[in-house]
Design a protein around this ligand. Sequence first.
Ligand code: C2E
Ligand code: CA
Ligand code: CA
Length: 657
Amino acid sequence: MIGLITRLRQLRHSDQTIAAYVQETLVESLYASPQSLVIGAVTSSAITMIVALVSGNAWMTGCAIAIAAVAGSRIVDALRLSRRSAKRQPSKKAALGPWGRRQERLYRSGAIGYSSLLGTFGLLTLVNTNDGVLQLLAVTTTIGYAAGIAGRNAGRPWIALSQLSFASVPLAIGLLVSLEPLKIVLAIVILLFVVAMMDITLQTYGVILKATVASREKAALAEHHAAIARRDDLTGVANRTAFREQFEARLQRLSVEEHQLAINWLDLDRFKEINDSFGHLAGNALLAEIARRLDQAFGEDGVVARLGGDEFAVVCTVKTEADAMTIGQTILALVEKPVLHEGRLLQVNASIGIAIAPADGSDADTLLKNADLALYRAKDSGRGQMCFYEPLMDEKISRTRDLAAEMQGALERGEFHLVFQPIFDLAGEHVLSCEALLRWTNRQHGAISPAEFIPIAEDTGLIVSIGGWVIREACRIASAWPQAVKIAVNLSPIQLRSADLTTVIMNALASTGFAAERLELEVTESVLLEDIEASLAALDAINRLHVRTTLDDFGTGYSSLSYLTKFPFQTLKIDRSFITDLEQSPASVAIVQTVIDLAAKLGMRTVAEGVETQAQLNQLRRTRCDAVQGYLLARPMPASMVATMLAGNAQKAQARS
Ligand code: C2E
Ligand code: CA
Ligand code: CA
């Protein structure tokens, strides 16, 4: 008895503290098996009806009708609610939700009403009839019902305990008031039985509660783990797996909704530099902050994910292409904003490739491939750019990939050859040197412009071996020319940074017997800005071999005249764009004049390239550069033609002398 009272106290306490979702599960257990409720309701209302009819007592008949009515409505409720509760999502709130409260109230009123009616019917039978069989039927039905309830509704113990009391206590009263000794004994037995059943109910409740809590916790833990597995560790945004799922879900919705989806695939420019110069922690902080900004801006309505490394994806709903453009610009601005890390400002740019669904594809694979193609193009056009996917991109990029593959064996197949463009003195009479220009005629693609294949050779790294061949081949061919004619060879930035450049040059000179002083290497100015120290060292090493260096395409990059003083160039080649402008623009004349004067002061020779008209040549004669090159004087030509031309020149010179 004391144990029972303690359990009842605990029950009051536990009912207030257990989480709502556990309570709901327990409430659901009331409706878990409608069959037992149906069987109980049908049999007990049938028996009470029979007992009432046989007794002919009006009170009992009325009570039996009430029992049948309540039983009927409970059956309907139980069947309806058991079907609904199967479809419901459990709530995670801390209190029993309105659904749970309503269901519990409904069940409680039905259950208590029904058990009170049964108890009352037992009491009426004991009081109004003397028929032992009828009394036996009424008592056993009520007690049987009470016993069943104790186990069935243990999940909501207050209901079970009330039902037990409301059914059995009137019965015990009925037996006690009969004042018959045997019935009094039975009453006492029934009351003891009620106490025992209450204890069993509470014990069962304890077990059910523990099991429910454990299973709920396990489910919550599994849910938590699943969420973690789909999140990027470093930045907290969706990872590749989660991105794929969410992206595909968005695509499916697209077919029924009236908007478009913009897929922004972004890649940080110069992220590696940050990592290399400031360490991984700085790199990580930068990634996390960028992810946070993107998530804040687009996470609510869109999908923000880190696809790995320094790549992110942002998927957003848009109405027009202009919307997508705005989103791209916002992303660029968010990424560009410096990130403060340990007192240092870290700054990167992003390149963005944009594909729009459904126009650029309807399945995830196609769209991602197209966004990637657009990204490839964006990166190609410089830092901080965005680029929309265009159908032709496919072709261009697949051609690039084809060419890269074809270039692998091109040197061995002898597909490369050199042409030479003479560089003249200002009078246009003497060839001072010839620039070697590489040509590639591929077995499948035919003649390919160097403007197209040189960047590919640089990207694949093949430029190092191809460039080495160019140096050797140029020296070999030029060694047959008159001593006074030099050869100029273009050097890619990649070659300039390759460790064995000096060895390559020395070997080329040694194997052809070509004099180092006759070789000039042309380097574009963009290379110098990227790594000043390394470029200086490489140029010095070249100069130490007595090979000359030329700064090519001067004026196209970010070069300032002042920094020219730092680099050991012997020659400066003024870019074609200035020469083209000479005729129309007085500013160009001034620039070219300034460059020539400064170069002269620094002890450098100047070459004007891309001279196409007589007017340009006349102007250059006034500004007094040292040499000119261009279609006006000579186009690039095969080695045999150069030899003929140089021989002709030599004859003319001889005739004059
Ligand atoms: P570049 O070094 O500026 O070479 C000059 C380019 O301008 C050549 O084009 C030449 O044919 C062209 N050109 C010469 N005179 C004129 C003119 O009066 N008007 C016009 N419109 N163009 C003129 P090409 O041969 O197509 O070479 C393009 C670029 O490819 C070169 O520009 C150079 O950067 C690169 N390249 C060519 N051969 C090699 C090589 O062996 N190694 C490396 N690394 N790059 C090379
Ligand atoms: Ca050049
Ligand atoms: Ca040039």
